[in-house]
Design a binder for this molecule. Structure first.
Ligand code: SAM
Length: 205
């Protein structure tokens, strides 16, 4: 891992992902979290304050150990017990059918092998488990989509592999994940290239 990814990127991501405009969107999705919960791509833990009051414990995974200091700040102000594991979502260190809920917020854009990550998510979900997601991706506006495709290389370089142009619902469908309670919208407060958002709850078919 580069020095940039380890020491600088976590601060940049923490700042951009702590945007107050995202709080209610996070809370709205996390209201569906229940049972044994896994959050992938935990980052600096900005979802923690948005979990339902009933949440006592979660498991969290992130591949970047550089978030340690920032996470400790979040832990100090939260009553939720977090079992934090530095691991890759392409290779989750949990047995099959462990979790009732798996959560990904603004994470599937960055994972290197999104297909392997989705197979892992399915593997660790219980048969009736739910995959809750909020992701940014390819805009429906053709000009914006063109710009996203043209500048994708720079986003990946600057933001830890973040792709601007993934079509997350199509990727979920090709992994036999059925999507319910789906909404697709633009977050006006976000930059043009990252504002197009997919939110939903997916189940294994
Ligand atoms: C844009 S941040 C989102 C952080 C957080 N989920 C949020 O909602 O603010 C993307 C996160 O995914 C993590 N990530 C990227 N690739 C990963 C992988 N293969 N396995 C686990 N985490 C990964 C990054 O380290 C980063 O913390």
């Amino acid at each position: 891992m580069s020095l940039y990814s380890r020491f600088i990127l976590p601060k940049i991501l923490d700042k951009s992902m702590s945007d107050p405009a995202l709080k209610s969107i996070r809370r709205n999705l996390l209201a569906n979290a229940a049972g044994n919960i896994l959050e992938i791509g935990f980052g600096s833990g900005v979802n923690l304050p948005e979990y339902p009051a009933s949440t006592k414990e979660i498991t969290a995974v992130d591949t970047n150990p550089g978030f340690a200091k920032l996470i400790n700040k979040q832990f100090a102000s939260s009553s939720i017990k977090v079992n934090h594991v530095v691991a890759s979502m392409e290779n989750l260190p949990f047995p099959d059918a462990t979790f009732d809920t798996v959560i990904s917020t603004w994470t599937l854009c960055s994972v290197t092998d999104v297909d392997q990550a989705l197979e892992e998510i399915k593997r660790v979900l219980k048969p009736e488990g739910k995959f809750l997601f909020i992701e940014h991706g390819l805009n429906n506006n053709k000009r914006t989509a063109w710009l996203q495709n043209a500048t994708n290389w720079f986003s990946k370089l600057r933001y830890g592999g973040c792709n601007l142009n993934r079509q997350i619902p199509a990727i979920l469908k090709r992994h036999d994940l059925a999507i319910n309670e789906y909404r697709e919208f633009d977050i006006a407060q976000k930059e043009l290239l990252t504002r197009h958002t997919y939110q939903g709850i997916a189940h294994k078919i």
